[in-house]
Design a binder for this molecule. Structure first.
Ligand code: BGC
Length: 740
C-alpha cells in the first residue's frame, strides 16, 4: 500500500470516527435513568432534586435557569434540535436524564399547533369557564389542555392566568377568571390540578397586577399591601394553595416602582416566605430586567434569552455577587417541580394524536355551563322547535364563532372560518368552524331559518321584521397587547341591535365577547345571552341553550356596568386613543409606551361588585346574576361561628335546572368594609319541585383581614352578616353570626 493511500485511509477513518463521535454527542445513548439515584420514587421531590443538583456543573446550572423562546417564530433564531415548537424551551441535561422543558402557551387550549400540523381543542374563554362556578368544569378544562400538551410532546403549560378584572376593558380578560379573588383563585386552582394530573407542569400568571394591556411593560401599579393581599394576591394565593403549580410567571408591569420580576416584596417576601411556594418563578417573555437584582429578588428563570441569566449570572455567581446558594435554589426549584408533577418520571412522549372528538365534547360541556342568560322577558326563550321562522343576524353566525387573540390564540381547524385559506396574524380575529346558524337549523328543521350579515342595520331590520324571532349575534374581538378604550360593542353593532329590535319585538341578542359590554338597547330587546368566546363547540352550545335542550345555569363572574362613568376609573390608565393611522382595530387602546406611568389603584379592594355595592351604583347586570328556564326559592338559613352555613334551595318551576347558590359575608364594622364578600357557593342540581338542603363551610381566610402590623391575616371579633341567594344583588336570606 502506498503511503498516500494509507494516509487517505487513516484520514477517512478519522473522519468517520469524528462523524460518529459528533453523532453520539448529538444523540447520546439514552441514559440508564432507572438506575440513577434521583429516580428513586420513594424519595420526596426535594430530596430527589438535591441528588441531581449535586451532579450538575456550574454551566449546567446556568443552562437550566434560562432558555430560548418563540424560536420558531423568529426567522434565523437558533433552535435546539429537540425543540417542540412552543413558546419556550429550557434545554435539558441528557447525561442525567433531565428532559428539556418544553413550554406551551395554553390559556384556552394549546397554541401554535398549526406550524407542527397538530390539532388543539379551543376551550371556552377562562372568563366563560368561571361563569360555571364549577370546580369540576375547571378541572376538566385543565385536563383537556394537559392531555393535549402531553400528546404534543410538551411538559409545561404557561397558562393559568388569574389577574383580576379590575378594569372590564382589559384586553386579556377572556384569559382570566373574573373579578372576585375567591371565585378566580378557586377556578384557576382546579384548572391547574386538572392540568398537572397529566404530568404536565402547570403555571399561574401574571404575578402580579398585570390588570391592563395599555402600557403593560411600563405601567407602575400602586396599591397598599393590605388591599393587595385581600384582592389580587389572594387570587394567586388561593390558586397556588389549590393547584400547586410548578411555576409562577412574573409579569411585565412594575409594582411600587420595581418590575415585578425583580420585586423582592412580591417574589421573596410574599410568594416564597409567606406562601411557602416551593416551585420556580419564570419571567414573562422578555420581562427580565437585571441579573443580580432579579436573582436576589427571587426570579428563578429568565425567559427567553440569556442576557441576564446566561453568562452574566455565571459571572455574578463566580464573583460572589449572587450567592452560589441562590443559584442552587433556582435550580432546585426547577428540578423539584419537574419531579413533583411527574414530568420527570412520566415524560411526554407523543404516542397518539390528540382526540378532537373528546376535546369537542368536553369544550361543549364547559360552554353549556358557562353561557349566561342575562335577560328573558316574557319567557321568549327557550325557543320552541315548532317555531315557524327565525331571522339570524350578524357576527358571521353563518360561518363560525369568534375566538380570543394574542398568545392565547388557538389555531382553528381548517383556518379562519370566515377567511378560508388565509393565515392568521397577531391582532386579527379568528373564527372557529362552529356556526350557530347550522345548529339553530338543526333544532328547528321545519322552520324558515335565514341569515343576514347585519352589515346594513336598515336592511337587517327589514329582514327581521316578519320573523317569529330575530336572533342578533354581536361579537367583540379582544387580544393580548391592547385594551378596549370603551365598554361599547365595536363596529356599530349597537345600532344594528337597535334597528332590529325596533323592527321586531321578539329580538334576542347573543353576545360573543371577550369582556362585559355596555348595552344601550337593553330595554328594547326581549332576551340577552352572554356566550363569551364559547370555544370549538360554541355554535352547538348556544343552540342547545336557545332551545332549552340545556337549561342555562351560568352566572356572571364579573359585573356589567352601564357605562364607563360608573367604573372606579372612567378611563384606562395611560390611555391614548388610537390615531386613525395607528393600525389598531376600532376601539383599541394603544399598547406600548416608552415612559413609565403610574396606575394608582385608589379603589383598593373595591372593584367589581364591591365597588358597585359600596358606591350604591346600579350595575347593568350584577356579579353572580344569571337566569334559568326554571325558578328557585331559598329558605331556612342558619350560620354559626364555626363557619358552617346551611340553607335550602327549591326548584319552583317546571323544568330541571342547576342553581348556583351564593353565600356572601359582610364583615364587622371594625373592618371598615361597606360591601359584602363572596365566600362560598354551590351548584345545586334540582328536578322540578325538588328541594335540597345545602351545607357549606366558609374558609376563615375568606372572611379575614390582612393586618400589616403583624404582616398576617386575622379574624376580627364582632358581628358578621351572612347573606344567601342567587346573585350579589338578589340575597333573600340573611343571618348574623357573632365571633367573640
Ligand atoms: C405573554 C405571556 C405568554 C408569553 C409567551 C407574553 O407576551 O404575556 O402570557 O405566556 O408571551 O408567549
Amino acid at each position: 500500500m502506498t503511503p498516500s493511500r494509507i494516509a487517505f485511509i487513516l484520514c477517512l477513518s478519522a473522519a468517520t470516527f469524528t462523524v460518529a463521535n459528533a453523532q453520539s454527542a448529538k444523540h447520546p445513548a439514552a441514559p440508564d435513568t432507572k438506575s440513577m439515584p434521583w429516580m428513586n420514587t420513594t424519595l420526596g421531590p426535594d430530596e430527589r432534586a438535591d441528588l441531581v443538583l449535586k451532579q450538575l456543573t456550574l454551566d449546567e446550572k446556568i443552562q437550566l435557569v434560562h432558555g430560548i423562546g418563540w424560536g420558531p417564530l423568529r426567522e434565523g433564531a437558533p433552535v435546539p434540535a429537540d425543540n417542540n415548537g412552543g413558546a419556550g424551551q429550557v434545554v435539558g441535561i441528557p447525561r442525567l436524564g433531565i428532559p428539556s422543558i418544553q413550554q406551551a402557551d395554553s390559556a384556552v387550549g394549546a397554541r401554535m399547533a398549526a406550524s407542527q400540523s397538530r390539532y388543539a381543542t379551543l376551550l371556552p374563554s377562562v372568563l366563560g369557564a368561571a361563569s360555571s362556578w364549577d370546580p369540576e368544569a375547571a378541572h376538566l378544562y385543565g385536563d383537556v389542555i394537559g392531555r393535549e400538551l402531553r400528546a404534543e410532546g410538551y411538559n409545561q403549560s404557561i397558562g393559568g392566568g388569574v389577574d383580576l378584572a379590575r378594569d372590564p376593558r382589559n384586553g386579556r380578560l377572556f384569559e382570566y377568571p373574573g373579578e372576585d379573588p375567591v371565585l378566580a383563585g378557586t377556578t384557576v386552582g382546579h384548572l391547574i390540578l386538572g392540568l398537572q394530573g397529566n404530568n404536565i407542569m402547570g403555571d399561574i400568571k401574571h404575578y402580579a397586577f398585570n390588570d391592563q394591556e395599555t402600557g403593560r411593560t411600563v405601567v407602575d401599579v400602586h396599591l397598599a399591601h393590605k388591599a393587595a393581599h385581600e384582592s389580587d394576591l389572594l387570587a394567586f394565593q388561593l390558586g397556588i394553595r389549590i393547584g400547586h403549580p410548578a411555576s409562577v410567571m412574573c409579569s411585565y408591569n412594575k409594582y411600587e416602582g420595581d418590575w415585578t420580576c425583580e420585586n423582592d416584596w412580591l417574589l421573596n417576601h410574599v410568594l416564597k416566605d409567606q406562601w411557602k411556594f416551593p416551585g420556580f418563578v419564570v419571567s414573562d417573555w422578555e420581562a427580565t430586567h437585571s441579573t443580580v437584582k432579579a436573582a436576589k429578588a427571587g426570579l428563578d428563570m429568565q425567559m427567553p434569552g440569556e442576557e441576564y441569566f446566561g453568562a452574566p449570572l455565571k459571572q455574578a455567581v463566580q464573583s460572589g455577587e449572587v450567592p452560589q446558594a441562590r443559584l442552587d435554589d433556582m435550580v432546585h426549584r426547577i428540578l423539584r417541580s419537574l419531579i413533583a408533577t411527574g414530568a420527570l418520571d412520566n415524560p411526554s412522549t407523543p404516542r397518539f394524536v390528540v382526540d378532537p372528538f373528546k376535546g369537542r365534547d368536553d369544550a361543549q360541556h364547559i360552554a353549556e355551563e358557562s353561557i349566561v342568560l342575562l335577560k328573558n322577558d316574557k319567557g321568549i326563550l327557550p325557543l320552541s322547535p315548532s317555531i315557524h321562522s327565525i331571522a339570524v343576524i350578524g357576527a358571521h353566525a353563518d360561518a363560525g364563532i369568534m375566538s380570543g387573540g394574542g398568545s392565547a390564540q388557538v389555531d382553528a381547524p381548517g383556518g379562519d372560518a370566515i377567511h378560508p385559506g388565509q393565515s392568521t396574524k397577531w391582532g386579527q380575529s379568528v373564527y372557529f368552524p362552529s356556526a350557530p346558524l347550522r345548529y339553530i337549523r338543526e333544532h328547528a328543521p321545519s322552520a324558515k331559518v335565514e341569515f343576514n350579515d347585519g352589515a346594513d342595520p336598515a336592511a337587517a331590520a327589514n329582514f327581521a321584521r316578519s320573523a317569529d324571532v330575530a336572533i342578533v349575534f354581536a361579537d367583540q374581538y379582544m387580544s393580548e397587547g391592547a385594551d378596549s378604550s370603551t365598554l361599547a360593542l365595536p363596529h356599530r353593532q349597537d345600532a344594528l341591535i337597535e334597528a332590529v329590535a325596533k323592527a321586531n319585538p321578539h329580538t334576542v341578542v347573543v353576545l360573543v365577547t371577550g369582556n362585559p359590554v355596555s348595552m344601550p338597547w337593553v330595554g328594547q330587546v326581549s332576551g340577552i345571552m352572554e356566550a363569551w368566546y364559547p370555544g370549538i363547540a360554541g355554535g352547538q352550545a348556544i343552540a342547545n341553550l336557545l332551545f332549552g335542550t340545556v337549561n342555562p345555569s351560568g352566572k356572571l363572574p364579573i359585573t356589567f356596568a352601564k357605562s364607563e362613568a360608573d367604573l372606579p376609573h372612567a378611563e384606562i390608565f395611560g390611555l391614548a386613543r388610537p390615531k386613525s393611522d395607528a393600525g389598531l382595530p376600532e376601539h383599541w387602546a394603544e399598547q406600548h409606551k416608552d415612559v413609565s406611568f403610574p396606575a394608582n389603584y385608589t379603589e383598593g379592594v373595591r372593584f367589581g361588585y364591591k365597588w358597585f355595592d359600596s358606591e350604591h351604583k346600579e350595575p347593568l347586570f350584577a356579579f353572580g346574576h344569571g337566569l334559568s328556564y326554571t325558578t328557585y326559592a331559598y329558605s331556612g338559613l342558619t350560620g354559626d361561628a364555626s363557619g358552617t352555613v346551611t340553607f335550602t334551595v327549591r326548584n319552583t318551576g317546571s323544568v330541571a335546572g342547576t342553581e348556583i347558590a351564593q353565600v356572601y359575608v359582610q364583615l364587622p364594622t371594625a373592618s371598615g368594609e361597606n360591601f359584602r364578600r363572596l365566600v362560598a357557593w354551590q351548584r345545586v342540581p334540582l328536578a322540578p319541585g325538588e328541594s335540597k338542603e345545602v351545607t357549606l363551610k366558609v374558609d376563615p381566610l375568606f372572611v379575614s383581614v390582612f393586618d400589616t402590623v403583624t404582616d398576617n391575616w386575622k379574624l376580627l371579633t364582632g358581628e358578621y352578616t351572612v347573606s344567601v341567594g342567587s346573585s350579589s344583588r338578589d340575597l333573600p336570606l340573611t343571618a348574623k353570626v357573632t365571633l367573640h
